[in-house]
Ligand binder design. Structure first.
Ligand code: ACK
Length: 321
């Protein structure tokens, strides 16, 4: 049988509480795609006089059983965890007659990494003002987003607020015993009012291929975001999410830098094991660098919890108000 016959043999249980009538959705244009999935901007005719812009996640023809299971389990996770401002919200799904759709909140500014990169000063300006800044400065990419709204005069305080929002969302997930496993700036979405939403519990993993490292048939792994114990024994815990959060903090403070710019991926593990950690980003407040380093402690029990990180960032934001 072809892959698609295999997929069509799966019947996804419909859930009347979440079912959205397919005819009420119109796909507008594709926002992004991976090897097996696509995300579309769509409009949902919610009632006679209410039309909302949403995002629809769907599988491609090339998807296998594994990707279908990933999407279904991502939806199930969404359903049970409830709502939090900093976690992407599932609005509903289409399971009947046709491809499976997961309908989620639309985050019109795209992913956090590209959003931060769009705020980098132009290369010329940066060269004059700081040599270090150019170390991680890459040419501005055209992300093809017309409605992206930059924050004028983005400050350190904005960056700390971003870090605080992600920590809030992760603290919520941790309390629900959800381990993300792929926390990174590319998986945080930027919504209206620059509210950050933790997303990607499974589908669009292949979109940003460069962050992943193929390991003996295991699929792609986000090596540079992985805790030591996840690298050497595939142990994923909330503490390994805390490690990834430390790397995400580094991404925030470097306006979307690529972690470990000077280390080749196969050497990363030995370097980390020997105690090497990334240096503080240019202009990064000591307090924030201190959080990063505590997230990267070898012993998981010595890493802070997301609750502690939220409190610490709260304190920083109050002190500098
Ligand atoms: O950087 P992006 O625009 O943000 O490109 C990726 C792409 O789709 C594949 O994941 C974008 N994307 C994913 N989910 C959403 C969403 N809920 N709202 C807006 N864009 C989204 C993501």
């Amino acid at each position: 049988p072809t892959e698609n016959t295999v997929l069509s043999e799966y019947e996804v249980n419909s859930d009347p509480l979440w079912e959205i009538e397919r005819s009420k959705l119109s796909l507008v244009h594709m926002l992004g795609e991976g090897a097996f999935g696509e995300v579309w901007k769509a409009t949902w005719q919610k009632s006679e006089n209410e039309e909302v812009a949403v995002a629809v996640k769907k599988l491609k023809m090339s998807a296998h059983e594994k990707e279908l299971i990933d999407l279904v389990s991502e939806m199930e996770t969404f359903k049970v965890i409830g709502e939090h401002e900093n976690v992407l919200r599932l609005l509903g799904c289409c399971t009947g007659a046709g491809p499976l759709y997961a309908v989620v909140e639309l985050c019109k500014h795209g992913n956090l990494r590209d959003f931060l990169r769009a705020h980098r000063p132009k290369e010329e300006k940066a060269k004059k003002s700081s040599q270090e800044l150019t170390d991680y400065l890459e040419p501005r990419k055209n992300t093809g987003k017309e409605d992206i709204e930059l924050i004028p005069n983005l400050t350190q305080r904005h960056l700390v607020q971003f870090a605080w929002q992600v920590a809030q969302g992760m603290n919520f997930l941790a309390n629900k015993k959800i381990i993300h496993r792929d926390l990174a700036a590319r998986n945080i979405l930027v919504s209206d009012g620059h509210i950050l939403k933790i997303s990607d519990f499974g589908l669009s993993r292949d979109v940003h291929c460069n962050d992943y490292y193929r390991k003996r048939g295991n699929g792609r792994l986000p090596i540079k975001w992985m805790a030591l114990e996840a690298l050497d024994s595939h142990v994923y815990t909330i503490e390994s999410d805390v490690w990834s959060y430390g790397v995400l903090l580094w991404e925030i403070m470097t306006l979307g830098g690529t972690p470990y710019p000077t280390i080749a991926m196969p050497e990363l593990y030995n370097n980390l094991k020997a105690g090497y950690r990334m240096e503080p980003p240019h202009l990064c407040p000591n307090e924030v660098y201190h959080i990063m380093c505590s997230c990267w402690r070898e012993k998981l029990e010595e890493r802070p919890s997301f609750g502690t990180i939220v409190d610490y960032l709260d304190w920083m934001l109050t002190m500098t108000n």
